[in-house]
Design a protein around this ligand. Structure first.
Ligand code: SAH
Length: 245
C-alpha cells in the first residue's frame, strides 16, 4: 500500500524538496509513498485568482480565504486525514505520527501570511497541527517535517533496523546516549558497559540512562511518563560514575 501525500500550497515546487533525497527519496522512487502538491490558487474564482484578504477587525498582514481553501479541500476529499499546519494546532507527537503513518496517507494544507480564516475549521473536518511553539513563515516546511516523520515509519522505508522502536518518544522517554568508534577520543572513552558484550547489562544501562536524561532534560515528558520513577542521578553524572568504577 502506498502512503499518499497531497499537499495544498501556494508553492507546490517546494515538494518533495528535501524529501526527494536519502531515505524518503529512495522510498518515493520505489513507490512506497506518493507526493502530489497542488496550488490552491487554482481554486480562486475571481480573475485575479485572489487567495487572501485583509483581516477582519484590522491588523497586519493577510488572511487566507475560507471559500478558496474549502474548495481546494473538497476537491481532494476527506478519505484521508486532512491536516492544516498552524501554530494554533495540537502539537505533533510521535504517537500521532505513528497513527498517520499506519493509515492511507494525509492531505496537508499549508498556510501563509497570517494564516487561515477560522470558519474553514468550523465548516470542514480539518485537524489543526503545530510542529512546535515557534512561528514559521509558511506551512510548507512544517508539512515537510510531518511527512518526513511519517515516511520513515512506512514499512520497508527504514530497512531491516529495529531503530523505530526504542527511539526518543517511542517509549515516552528520550533515547539513551549513543557512541561509536574510536573507543577513545580526545581523552574520553566509550562507557565500559557498552564494550562489555553483556547484553542484559547494556539494556539495563540504556534504560537507566534514558530515564535519567529524560528527567534532567525534559521534566515535562518525565512527568507524563508512567513508568517506574527511578531516583537516578543525571545522565552525565551517571556516565562519569561508570567511567571511574
Ligand atoms: N498568524 C499566525 C502565524 C502565521 S505563520 C499565528 O500567529 O498563529 C504562517 C503559516 O506558517 C501558518 O498559517 C502555518 O501554516 C505555518 N506555520 C507557522 N508556524 C507553524 C508551526 N509552529 N506549526 C505548523 N505550521 C506553522
Amino acid at each position: 500500500m502506498t502512503f499518499a501525500a497531497t499537499i495544498l500550497t501556494l508553492y507546490p515546487d517546494m515538494f518533495p524538496g528535501p524529501l526527494g533525497h536519502s531515505l524518503a527519496g529512495r522510498a518515493l522512487a520505489e513507490g512506497l509513498w506518493s507526493c502530489d502538491a497542488r496550488n490552491f490558487r487554482n481554486f480562486a474564482t475571481d480573475k485575479h485568482r485572489t487567495v487572501d484578504d485583509t483581516p477582519a477587525g484590522g491588523g497586519a498582514g493577510m488572511v487566507l480565504k475560507a471559500d478558496v481553501l474549502a474548495a481546494a479541500c473538497d476537491a481532494v476529499g476527506y478519505g484521508r486525514p486532512m491536516l492544516a499546519m498552524t501554530p494554533r494546532g495540537r502539537p505533533l507527537t510521535q504517537a500521532r505520527v505513528r497513527e498517520l503513518a499506519a493509515g492511507p496517507g494525509v492531505s496537508i494544507l499549508c498556510g501563509r501570511f497570517e494564516g487561515f480564516d477560522e470558519r474553514l475549521f468550523d465548516a470542514r473536518p480539518i485537524e489543526q497541527v503545530s510542529i512546535g511553539d515557534y512561528v514559521l513563515s509558511g506551512g510548507e516546511m512544517a508539512a515537510l517535517v510531518l511527512l518526513d516523520a511519517c515516511i520513515r515509519l512506512i514499512p520497508g522505508v527504514m530497512g531491516a533496523t529495529l531503530s523505530g522502536e526504542d527511539e526518543s518518544f517511542e517509549t515516552g522517554l528520550l533515547e539513551y546516549p549513543q557512541y561509536t568508534r574510536p573507543v577513545e577520543w580526545e581523552g574520553r572513552t566509550i562507557p565500559e558497559v557498552l564494550r562489555s558484550g553483556d547484553h542484559a547489562r547494556i539494556a539495563a544501562w540504556r534504560k537507566q540512562q534514558a530515564a535519567a536524561d529524560t528527567r534532567l532534560r525534559r521534566p515535562d515528558l518525565w512527568e507524563r511518563h508512567d513508568g517506574v520513577r527511578v531516583g537516578t542521578p543525571s545522565g552525565a553524572q551517571r556516565r562519569e560514575q561508570d567511567e571511574t568504577t
